[in-house]
Design a protein around this ligand. Structure first.
Ligand code: ZN
Ligand code: ZN
Length: 264
């Protein structure tokens, strides 16, 4: 099916905004359909399926241009997001239109440090200081440059800075998932439940099996004695299972959630 006016308007919004949360997507979908008097599922139960089909139609049409509206879940709050991603260029060079070569080098190093950290986050001071370790490409970045760059990366939703800690935001996880899994295959993990890249989450003390917080909630729901989902392991799951209603940021579990990596 080709795109109607509603699809086109929806896509245009994505092109200018990049990343939208599920609520914004539902609102946008409603606005686009109503504007052109096109079919809109009022009932909540029909809406989900209709929206899914709506996005699929767009994806089928933009696939030849190597683009896709991809859905993902934020690792911290478990909220759903939609992001327009480029599928032909999975590497970090897709940032080249917005960032210079030395800036991309800095971001690459930042990604590596975050992935290699225990909790999927690093201190902003150590992030800024890492410019000293960068090889000189064209022009060397100063610490002030690094500070400004962190702010820009945050404004463009690539990273999240909270209480002086830097972590990867949902946009980076969605757009750079392939890149991260390929380039850092020896230090990355996939979630045992959803099989997608997992940077922040809980891991098994015995076999390193990893779960996103929101996947752990779902997986261990109504299970009295939580056990490692890896069938060959099955040891007790030694983490407090976050409670969906109360743990928005889940700070208490984060600290111990990521065991030191034993792999070398
Ligand atoms: Zn997961
Ligand atoms: Zn295990």
């Amino acid at each position: 099916m080709s795109m109607k006016d509603s699809h086109k308007l929806f896509l245009q919004s994505f092109m200018s905004r990049g990343l939208l949360d599920a609520k914004e997507v539902r609102q946008l979908y409603r606005t686009c359909c109503l504007k052109f008097n096109e079919k809109y599922a009022e009932k909540e139960e029909d809406q989900k399926a209709h929206l899914l089909e709506f996005v699929r139609t767009i994806n089928r049409n933009i696939q030849p241009f190597h683009m896709e509206i991809k859905k993902g879940v934020s690792e911290e709050e478990g909220k759903s997001f939609y992001c327009l991603v480029c599928t032909s260029d999975t590497s970090i060079t897709k940032l080249a239109s917005d960032y210079t070569q030395p800036e991309m080098e800095f971001f690459k190093r930042l990604i590596e440090s975050i992935i290699d950290s225990d909790n999927g986050e690093i201190g902003s001071t150590s992030a800024i200081n890492s410019v000293d370790k960068l090889e000189k490409v064209n022009k060397k970045l100063s610490k002030q440059d690094a500070q400004n760059l962190l702010e820009r990366l945050e404004a463009q939703k690539w990273i999240k800075i909270s209480r002086g800690r830097v972590s990867l935001a949902t946009r980076a996880l969605l757009e750079l998932e392939q890149y991260i899994l390929e380039v850092y295959s020896n230090i990355t993990d996939k979630c045992n439940v959803c099989k997608r890249l997992c940077v922040k989450g809980q891991s098994c003390d015995s076999c390193n099996t990893k779960l996103h917080f929101h996947c752990a909630i779902r997986f261990f729901q109504n299970k009295e004695n939580p056990r490692c989902p890896n069938k060959e392991c099955g040891v007790n799951w030694a983490h407090e299972i976050p409670n969906r209603s109360t743990d928005v940021e889940m700070p208490s579990t984060q600290q111990e959630s990521r065991k030191r990596k034993t792999r070398t």
